[in-house]
Design a protein. Structure first.
Length: 275
């Protein structure tokens, strides 16, 4: 049960509707259990052994880290974010539900990933396109350099990326979920800078709640990301591309490849291997 003070911070009221924005976000765009399994299996595929330590940069509510410590009894996780609001939500929503042993294996670090002391780990992940907040190559390189220095010699760095011709248009995708509808809204794309504004809206009942989350990003491409990974020292990089179902949509199954498809919209993972 959330304490009343936290409710005031994470429950939003608009059009006389009180809702939990982080719960809706998790249900709409995250799948922590599946992500952890993918990360664990990818590390094993690349390094031929099991990962034990994991760091989730830009962790938000650190749902992924919580699943990591539950996945294997000896797994340890570190969660880094500079925003105290989602981290406080995660403490009560996820951390409080872990066993005492699992809680000991989950470490929270509130601060800027470019400045705080970072622990050495087997895997670092920056998901949900969070690193898109870095708009210059210099900023992206600085972050990737910090990651390279903070992964073990047998470590990997994993990020997700999206693209496709549709990413150059003003679009608003809608996905219906049980009890709510999720909207992904892209506007203001600038081909000179590759920057755009993104919004997440939710519709509960007949009321649409606008701009619950806002993202001011640069859309980085797969070649750019791989190049910067190599520049900072990662020995090899791999692309994991999503397959398609019979309807032509993504099927949630990602396989390593060196050749993609000219889809209107796609999502992929990029893995940097240190040694």
């Amino acid at each position: 049960m959330l304490e009343s003070g936290t409710k005031k911070r994470v429950a939003k009221k608009q059009n006389h509707i009180v809702f939990d924005k982080y719960e809706l976000y998790t249900k709409a765009v995250q799948s922590p259990e599946g992500d952890v399994e993918f990360i664990w299996e990818t590390y094993k595929e690349v390094k031929k052994r099991e990962a034990k330590t994991f760091r989730e940069d830009f962790c938000g509510t650190f749902a992924l880290s919580s699943e990591w410590v539950k996945f294997k009894k000896n797994n340890k996780a570190y969660s880094v974010d500079l925003d105290p609001e989602p981290m406080e939500y995660g403490r009560q929503k996820y951390l409080a539900k872990l066993s005492p042993d699992q809680q000991k294996r989950l470490n929270l670090i509130e601060g800027d990933v470019l400045k705080v002391e970072l622990p050495k780990v087997d895997v670092v992940a920056a998901l949900n396109f969070s690193y898109f907040l870095f708009k210059t190559r210099e900023q992206l390189r600085s972050y990737f350099q910090r990651v390279y220095e903070s992964v073990n010699n047998e470590g990997i760095f994993l990020v997700d990326v999206f693209g496709g011709g549709q990413c150059h248009d003003a679009i608003e995708d809608r996905t219906k979920h049980k009890k709510f509808t999720y909207y992904w809204d892209q506007t203001g794309y600038d081909p000179v800078t590759n920057e755009a504004l993104f919004y997440i809206h939710f519709k509960i009942g007949s009321k649409k709640i606008e701009k619950v989350f806002t993202y001011d990003w640069r859309i980085w491409t797969i070649p750019e990301i791989r190049e910067v990974m190599h520049e900072v020292g990662f020995k090899k990089t791999y692309v994991y591309w999503e397959g398609t179902n019979k309807q032509g949509s993504g099927n949630g199954i990602f396989s390593r490849t060196e050749k993609g498809e000219p889809c209107l919209s796609w999502i992929a993972y990029i893995v940097g291997e240190k040694a």
